[in-house]
Write a protein of this length. Sequence first.
Length: 500
Amino acid sequence: MLPRLVVVSNRVSLPRKGVVAGGLAVALFEALEKQGGLWFGWSGEVAAEAAGPPRQVRRGPVTIVTTDFSRADYQDFYSGYSNSSLWPLFHYRLGLMEVSRRSLEGYLRVNAAFAAALAPMLRPDDLVWVHDYHLIPLGEELRRLGIANPIGFFLHTPFPVPDMLVALPGHRRLVRAMASYDLVGFQTPDDVRAFLGYVAGEARGEVAPDGSFTAFGRTSRARAYPIGIDAAGFAALAVSHADTAETRRLKASMRGRRLILGVDRLDYSKGLPQRFDAVECLIETRPEVKGTFEFMQIAAPSREDVARYRALKRQLESAAGRINGRFAEFDWQPVRYLNKSYDRATLAGFYRAACVGLVTPLRDGMNLVAKEYVAAQNPEDPGVLVLSRFAGAARELEVGALVVNPYDLDEVADALARALSMPREQRVQRWRAMMEMVEANTVARWRDRFLADLGRLPAGLELDYGQRMAVRPAARSSAASTSASVSSSDRTMPPAAPGP
């Protein structure tokens, strides 16, 4: 009999009835239905005063438990430490990182509250799977409450190299909390190396070639689990929406021109200003492409209550106006900027209509838009993917994508020109190589691999004092030797030092 699965995420995101489903929510819910289980997380609601007790509802064999945030929790935990400290740090944007004692206290407070609410609901044989940077301390809080179950953690974002991570006040506490999990999952081997590099260097832990590590008095394991999509399902969705009213309107408006398409959440990690600049560079340096294509950027609104995101929105509006003002003709507009959201089905049709998919984040854990673009293509006449080397998806899709440095405008412009003129035979060959990777690494396989590994592991080994002393600081494995060098400037910081 399969053990019950308990999923914990910052936001409970259940598949909605009547909506074309797909992605992470469906994959997790399928596992919960199969094994029976519980999904615990934030409801998405913010209470004016203190939040009330968690609410429970049943959907078949699945119990859904949600809790509201107080206004202070939302500001300190979500907008504060999670998204103003960890998000920029994990996306290599130290200049945007903000840390305050208040936000750190809120982050720890909400994780402790989650643990206190969840612990009484757990059964001895449950598998617990915690998701993403918002909830890094949750495993440690559960251990403090005596929970000995196997607990796994998956980080959906990138993980910074040690030299960057040490810029975070209290960085040791963060990694110590990650060591409380039995299995720590990352998107790419690069993320695993960065994490183990910190464990071996800063934490003076012991690292084995298979990703096992001993640090902070505990033995655990780190592995890469690249997340995927439902390739067959999304391909079918694209076929069924290739001739909808919206897709026909889009094609008609192109008047035979080729479509370069970008689809992103409005976020500074996505490299949108640089992307607009690269399109401008393409038109400047290659006059022959004028009038032959249009670039459409869909940027779904995000975190509109944050000044930095509002400023980014204005920057993109200005860039679109500037480029169109410089190059548009009475019958041609090079840039279409849409600050709005579209459902997955509509986007699938748009992906299939696009001759070029432009996915150029400055840093991304995986980027499933790249994989969805590949899955949506017409096998007989596919488009070309231009992909940032700093997206986790590049490790898999470099077999067919034009991989670029998003900071190099000339390189991106060159790739766009090449994509627009690529012969069909070459496009088909490249697409087949990418589609093979997308079909091999689906979201279901990602889920099943992680849960299989978590289920095989014994509950984390707590070391006694004598064993801790046996973990010699000088012991280093080959797994750590490839990591970036680490500054010693923060090694004297107490593990629980709060931010300024």
